[in-house]
Write a protein that binds this ligand. Structure first.
Ligand code: ARG
Ligand code: ZN
Length: 872
């Protein structure tokens, strides 16, 4: 069943032009396809034509106008085969499909009253017979026919060229997309939609119409997405010299969508959660997420669409590069240090866990069963870290030249990761051979570092040793080329010291290159003993261990010139304290708070800072998930108790300081999702979390007041979370009730309402999930609802991991149901169970039992692949 990278061959036949006609009907849509096919020049004559096709009912087929008899082609589960075809020919097919029965949300499906598509990676084969692979690129001409009353809007890729009325109340629109594209970028939308329109003039003077299409009730929620789109278009021109290439760019919001959004040429389709915002309904974080995703999909127009992937093993070619581009964009238009801190904390929590589990895979996998399972943190986020390392290795100018070379050399082509890296090597003159290992080797490299200062010689000797742990299918690992950005902070001066290595002066902040298993770096002419600040800015996606004392960490927290490492020093300091408390909890010993953490927090709270956003991050303790990631064996209860203890100890000792910060950042200006406001709100809300953690009268009163003031969703949601997660149901219940009634009409707000209550630490979380599954706003066929309720519960560490196994059982029950309805979502939902090896024996057995129960079902390829790996 597995497909291997090494088996790649160009297609025997390629499509140069595709003409499609859709006659839309909920249960019986007709799709006529006329494919202009020709033999691939690298393949021999006489090979059979094989087209992909799933769940299609073939109504007619003709080759060069001649109807084919039943003995002239063969239909299988996977598609259609014609044994003998000419070197160049036309193929006409007509099929029938049923969008309303399509709950997998791949191919053409219904979302509410509308029709929409999702074709990446392999959804197009559920629309018509086609060579459904990204190296087949064709121009498309698409006619959409539908009922004029219920489907007044008919959209597809490119430009509308013709429209008209038809008998029986129907109408049609014909769209032409002049840019050759693989079928995964095809899109169609039909429905009763409203548009918000704007314009953008590109750097060469092309006048582009921008449209966002939504259902009527969402017309007031598009401003931010539109503003973000225009910012992204300008940024890509200024930063990468990339300009938009059609007269029309459309975004459509749909409620039922498996992922965040999709970059279909000229017609991006978005999960409504990834595009709609309003100050009353969306948090600051949601505003920033929308900005990032709008940019991401737009950037794909070049990194993905104009230059696409040869095969799906190259997925990170477009995703890693595009994530890097959207991260850079968000950093430029918001707080850059905070963006980096957020991205790295997410990465170290979630991607490291993926790398350490049974589904670990390289950024370029060499085999898979179901490509839908490979839209992962490794492909996306680790892929982006690799591109970031490349950018830093060769420097921005060479990187930009390499990018220009890549886009010009491969425009209109389907290419590989080597092609991309080769452009970078050519543009920079650097040898990137060893660097390529980052793409083929799975697992998180660890660097064990230690160093010592020699007073007599005024030298600092730094020893770095790397190793990458074995991952499934890869037991032996080679040494990677790891760029380590560092500074040596003088213990007397508190400043970065001048770095001299092998007689060469490197400035005060430099990159050293670890290429071997072990390397020694001797820095000379150092007048004072330093504390090393290593892997600044997270210069490589590795775990870096250094035997820092708590004094060292407090010193770095106060003095490091690198904002990211200053934050990281605080996290490391908190982790050391948490380690002690976790041990104390397990051993039943009294917990004692580490005063160095208290002192560090006091300094942070009372120092004047102009960067409130970074301060808010520094005052945030590592999440339970991240703490768990650091432990040899995860003890969910001890971690929860230890973190709670630290939080409450800080709140008790520094109550006045937190209160002062809260009050100093209260504001009643009208809401804008702008960096300064966002920073003040997050600082204020972090302070409120501490105040509320001890549930004293004032903390409760402030939280309730903030909830009731209803200034904006950021503040309301934060207050509601604190009330709901408190120990007092008399605070939680009335607030949840009021909120639930007020927002019953808004599905995106109800998603938040679901998540908040099922992530509470109180013991009734699981009962609440069961109860809420019957709530009228919940639906198992809507991925957002499943994520909001079931997905959020599975992140509720103390309750999901209940010792009676009921949390695991509930998840497995849902996976079993979704396995039939929506395999892609089902497979994703299993993830927490696949991490069984990280827990105690009792929980391991319970988790494995649920995986076995899933395995006994008649499984989709998606769920099969994940469960097999998890139990291997
Ligand atoms: N290319 C899309 C994006 O990165 C994601 C599409 C994922 N689709 C899927 N079926 N897994 O924005
Ligand atoms: Zn993407």
């Amino acid at each position: 069943q597995a497909i291997h990278l090494s088996d790649y061959r160009p297609p025997a036949y390629r499509v140069t032009h595709t003409e499609l006609t859709f006659e839309l009907d909920p249960s019986a849509t007709r799709v006529k396809a006329r494919l202009h096919l020709e033999r691939h020049p690298e393949r021999e004559a006489g090979e059979a034509l094989e087209l992909d096709g799933e769940q299609l009912t073939l109504k007619s087929i003709a080759l060069d106008g001649q109807v084919l008899g039943e003995d002239e082609y063969r239909l299988t589960e996977q598609g259609l085969r014609i044994e003998s075809v000419p070197a160049s020919f036309l193929l006409d097919t007509e099929v029938e499909i049923s969008p309303e029965e399509n709950t997998a949300l791949e191919g053409l499906y219904r979302s509410g009253g509308m029709f929409c598509t999702q074709c990446e990676a392999e959804g197009f084969r559920r629309i018509t017979f086609y060579p459904d692979r990204p190296d087949v690129m064709a121009t498309f001409s698409t006619t959409v026919v539908g009922d004029a009353a219920s489907l007044p809007v008919l959209l597809s890729n490119g430009n509308p060229v013709e429209r008209g009325e038809l008998p029986n109340g129907r109408h049609f629109v014909t769209w032409e997309d002049p840019h050759p594209k693989p079928c995964y970028l095809f899109a169609l939308v039909a429905g009763d939609l409203n548009k918000v329109e704007d314009r953008f003039t590109t750097m060469s003077g092309r006048d582009v119409t921008l449209q966002i299409w939504v259902e009527e009730e969402n017309l007031g929620k598009t401003d931010h997405a539109m503003a973000s789109l225009k910012r992204a278009m300008r940024w890509d021109e200024e930063t990468y010299g990339r300009e938009y290439d059609l007269d029309l760019f459309m975004i459509v919001a749909v409620n039922d969508f498996n992922m965040g959004a999709m970059e279909n040429k000229g017609l991006n389709i978005f999960n409504s959660a990834a595009v709609l915002t309003h100050p009353d309904t969306a948090t600051d974080a949601a505003f920033q997420r929308v900005e990032g995703i709008v940019a991401h999909e737009y950037f794909h127009n070049w990194s993905g669409n104009r230059v696409t992937c040869r095969d799906w093993f190259q997925l990170s070619l477009k995703e890693g590069f595009t994530v890097f581009r959207d991260q850079s964009f968000s950093a430029d238009v918001n707080s850059a240090p905070v963006k980096r801190i957020e991205d790295v904390s997410f990465f170290r929590t979630a991607q490291f866990a993926e790398d350490a589990g049974p589904t670990a895979h390289p950024v370029r996998p060499d085999h898979y069963i179901e490509i839908g399972n490979f839209y992962t943190l490794t492909i996306y986020e680790k892929g982006a870290e690799i591109v970031r390392m490349l950018r830093n290795l060769v420097g921005w100018e060479a990187f930009r030249r390499g990018s220009d070379l890549y886009f010009s050399r491969f425009d209109g082509q389907a290419v590989t990761i080597e092609d991309f890296v080769t452009c970078m090597a050519e543009a920079s003159g650097q040898n990137l051979d060893q660097f390529m290992l980052w793409y083929s080797q799975a697992g998180t490299p660890e660097i064990d570092a230690h160093g010592e200062y020699d007073y007599a010689r005024a030298e600092y000797r730094l020893i770095l040793r790397q190793r990458t742990p074995a991952t499934p299918g890869q037991s032996d690992k080679q040494a990677l080329h790891i760029p380590v950005r560092l500074g040596l902070v003088g213990t007397k001066s508190g400043r970065d010291l001048a770095l001299t290595l092998d007689g060469e002066s490197l400035g005060r902040d430099a990159v050293i290159h670890l290429r071997e298993d072990e390397q020694e770096f001797v820095f000379t002419d150092l007048a004072e003993a330093p504390v090393p600040s290593l892997a600044r800015g997270f210069s490589a996606p590795v775990k870096l261990n250094f035997p820092y004392s708590r004094e060292d960490l407090a010193f770095l927290l106060a003095n490091d010139s690198d904002g990211f490492n200053r934050w990281d020093a605080g996290q490391r300091l908190a982790l050391l304290a948490l380690d002690d408390l976790i041990a104390a909890h397990r051993n039943g010993v009294e917990k004692v708070m580490d005063n160095r953490v208290v002192d560090a927090f006091r300094t942070l709270l009372t120092s004047d800072t102009d960067d409130k956003a970074v301060l808010a991050e520094m005052l945030t303790l590592p999440s339970e998930a991240y703490i768990a990631e650091q432990q040899p064996l995860v003890d969910v209860d001890a971690i929860h108790a230890a973190r709670q203890f630290v939080k409450q100890s800080l709140a008790v000792t520094l109550r006045d300081e937190f209160l002062a910060v809260y009050q100093a950042n209260l504001d009643d200006v009208s809401y804008a999702p702008e960096p300064d406001q966002i920073a003040a709100r997050s600082l204020k809300n972090v302070a409120l979390s501490y105040l509320m953690s001890i549930e004293d009268e004032e903390g409760v009163a402030l939280t309730q007041r903030q909830f009731e003031a209803e200034h904006n969703m950021t503040d309301v949601r934060h207050a509601l979370t604190l009330l709901t997660h408190s120990s007092r149901d008399d605070l939680a219940d009335p607030a949840l009730k009021a909120f639930g009634q007020k927002w019953a009409h808004d599905p995106l707000v109800m998603d938040q309402w679901f998540s908040i209550q099922v992530s509470r630490p109180q013991a009734d979380a699981l009962e609440r999930v069961k109860f809420l599954m019957d709530h009228p706003a919940f639906s198992l066929t809507n991925p957002n609802k499943v994520r909001a309720l079931i997905g959020a519960f599975a992140q509720n560490r103390v309750n999901f991991h209940r010792l009676d196994g009921e949390g695991y059982k509930l998840l497995a029950d849902v996976v079993i149901k979704l396995n039939r309805l929506n395999p892609e979502i089902a497979a994703r939902l299993i993830t927490p169970l696949t991490r069984w090896a990280r827990y105690d024996e009792t929980r391991q057995e319970l988790m494995k039992a649920e995986l076995e129960r899933i395995r006994a079902e008649d499984l989709s390829p998606n769920v099969y692949e994940v469960v097999e790996k998890a139990l291997a």
